[in-house]
Design a protein around this ligand. Structure first.
Ligand SMILES: Nc1ncnc2c1ncn2[C@@H]1O[C@H](COP(=O)(O)OP(=O)(O)OP(=O)(O)O)[C@@H](O)[C@H]1O
Ligand SMILES: [Mg+2]
Length: 233
């Protein structure tokens, strides 16, 4: 059983796109794979239930289905920071509960990809942020860099914070979210030079980005971080 925590340089960096492409790549290789969105704001009511687009996309990309209460335990309607949404809803985010939900999902799968909300230090409460959740989950981290102007600073700060957390830093993914970014190759080279973790993949700009799969080499690169015995017979 393996778990990874997917963080990003910002909200809208492409965490969901990268998570879906990773899920599909794991599925292609025969892993029972599932996504988790522990905390989601900006949800919509559908048939009496608060639903989140990230969760729906994970479900389509993965190969395991599990109760919504486990894959997306905290869902809030307003599209605001989770700690504010939780406060408004009177529903404090309990890290212990999230750890328990992740453990339930692990019973059903070989690979669990946990997508954060916002960036690495996005608050979950007055006391805890996304980093604290990742540490509680003890999950190797994959950073998604949304390639656009300003991403170098965001990426270096986040990479530094991930390394300071003590968690394994499995690698980072360059997601070409802005197809018109000037000097893309030079920016990519700068990131490759100064982030000590490996660049796992580049995701091209595509209208179909959520429905694609990362190449097998990407899975090979993070395989050292997978717990032994995760692959099905
Ligand atoms: N490689 C890409 N090509 C084209 N569009 C992309 C790409 N990556 C992301 N997008 C688009 O950018 C938007 C944000 O991407 P995504 O939802 O994956 O970000 P996120 O980091 O998961 O955001 P959030 O913090 O809300 O969870 C989406 O509309 C998505 O389709
Ligand atoms: Mg997302």
């Amino acid at each position: 059983m393996s778990r990874f925590f997917i963080t990003g340089t910002d909200t809208d960096a492409g965490k969901t796109v990268a998570t879906c492409q990773l899920l599909r790549a794991f599925v292609v290789q025969g892993f029972r794979s599932i996504g988790m969105k522990p905390v989601a704001s900006g949800c919509e009511w559908r048939q009496g239930e608060l639903c989140n687009g990230d969760v729906a996309r994970h479900a389509t990309a993965g190969s395991v289905h599990a109760p919504l209460e486990w894959v997306s335990p905290y869902r809030f309607e307003p599209p605001i920071s989770p700690h504010l949404a939780a406060r408004q809803a009177g529903m404090p985010i309990d890290l212990d509960h999230l750890v328990e939900c992740a453990a339930q999902l692990e019973q059903l799968s070989d690979v669990l990809l946990i997508e954060g909300a916002g960036g690495w230090l996005a608050p979950l409460s007055d006391e805890a942020c996304m980093e604290d959740l990742a540490v509680r989950l003890n999950a190797p981290v994959i950073l998604v860099v949304g390639m656009r102007l300003g991403c170098l600073n965001h990426a270096f700060l986040t990479a530094r914070a991930i390394m300071q957390s003590g968690l394994p830093f499995a690698g980072w993914i360059a997601n070409r979210i802005d197809p018109d970014m000037d000097c893309y190759a030079e920016n990519l080279a700068c990131l490759r030079k100064d982030i000590s973790a490996p660049c796992l993949a580049e995701i091209a700009y595509s209208q179909d980005a959520t429905n694609l799969a990362l190449p097998a080499e990407c899975i090979d690169a993070i395989r050292p971080f997978c717990a032994a015995g995760g692959k099905p017979d």
